[in-house]
Design a protein around this ligand. Structure first.
Ligand code: SAM
Length: 317
């Protein structure tokens, strides 16, 4: 089996695929308001066949885990059928999904039958008013229904909660209680700068989250696991994660690359640079040519990002 390595010697095994940039929520921290109304026209999106082909090329290069995301991935027609095909692809060990959960009640059965076993649901508040204020839609109960329905189908659910100071940070303990009651693991995520009005003033670092939590419960660091730091809280007795997405505490362990819905490969979360896969596909390049271009760009492009990463890696060491 081939291994896909980047210029820092990290082995890349994980691909996140955005199926669409459309979303049925308008989370105020996610994209700047002006971009909320612009969606990529259908013909500029990678087709499901093109996505299948790209994943096949990646699987032959050692990618074994694929996560579908968006936009809202369940809005894309045919998404579950595509997941089913990817699950049976040689080399692929796991296919998962990150969703806002609003359509999960409709799709859980289909997902389970397709072979999906785990979903991450993004849920930033357990309070109807706060949820509506963050997402622009009154969908809290649809999401809670969706989570319940996914669990009934036997899917393992994890919650992603982006913490926004002054909006939902005081709900951290409520989420831990929810986790205790339901057995659903919760991960708190640092808000990343996106240019939206909330992403700057609402930022709360991992350190600040811990300081807040330590005022209300006992918290102990357990371990670092992939992109998250795992902690335990004694009251309620649960484990939870914090993803230091802005302080970039995880660059050293990063093993992932991203494919955008319009076919650009992003080799680093913090850089928009990366090869244009759609262009290669539509110019009629062969699988071998595309694979060679991917390997080359992972090794040698992104000089600037790699230099930045080196700084983060050094800071971590
Ligand atoms: N629609 C799906 C969902 O809501 O899970 C998938 C796409 S959404 C962009 C993926 C994840 O990115 C969600 O958990 C969302 O909360 C998170 N996210 C979006 N903007 C963010 C930001 N500025 N900082 C941190 N996380 C963000």
């Amino acid at each position: 089996m081939l291994h896909l390595r980047d210029g820092l010697g990290r082995t890349i095994t994980y691909l996140r695929v955005s199926l669409t940039d459309r979303c049925n929520l308008k989370c105020r921290y996610c994209v700047p308001a002006a971009q909320c109304e612009y969606f990529t026209p259908e013909g500029e999106l990678l087709s499901l066949e093109e996505i299948h082909r790209v994943i096949q090329i990646f699987a032959a290069l050692g990618i074994s885990r694929v996560r579908f995301t968006g936009g809202e991935p369940l809005l894309r027609k045919g998404s579950v059928g595509l997941m089913e095909r990817i699950i049976s692809m040689p080399g692929i060990q796991e296919v998962t999904l990150t969703t806002n959960g609003t359509l999960l009640a409709d799709f859980s059965g289909e997902l389970r039958r397709a072979g999906v076993t785990r979903v991450n649901v993004s849920l930033d508040s357990l309070n109807r008013r706060v949820y509506r204020s963050i997402t622009g839609r009154d969908e809290l109960y649809s999401v809670l229904n969706g989570i319940e329905s996914a669990r009934r189908e036997g899917l393992v659910v994890k919650l992603n909660v982006v913490i926004i100071k002054g909006q939902n940070h005081e709900e951290m303990l409520d989420f831990l209680n929810f986790s205790r009651e339901t057995g659903i693991r919760v991960r708190f995520i640092e808000l990343v700068e996106t240019g939206s009005s909330w992403s700057e003033k609402g930022y709360m670092s991992e350190k600040e989250m811990l300081k807040f939590l330590k005022c209300v419960t006992h918290v102990a660091y357990l371990r670092s696991q992939g992109v998250e730091n795992v902690y335990s809280s004694s009251r309620p007795g649960v484990e939870f994660g914090i993803i230091p997405a802005r302080t970039r505490g995880f660059c050293g362990e990063c093993n992932r690359i991203r494919l955008t819905s319009s076919g650009k490969l992003r080799l680093c979360l913090y850089s928009p640079l990366g090869p244009d896969i759609k262009k290669m596909l539509r110019e009629g390049k062969s699988d071998a040519e595309i694979a060679a271009a991917l390997r080359r760009s992972l090794f040698s492009s992104l000089r600037e990002t790699r230099q930045k990463n080196r700084i983060f890696l050094r800071q971590k060491a």
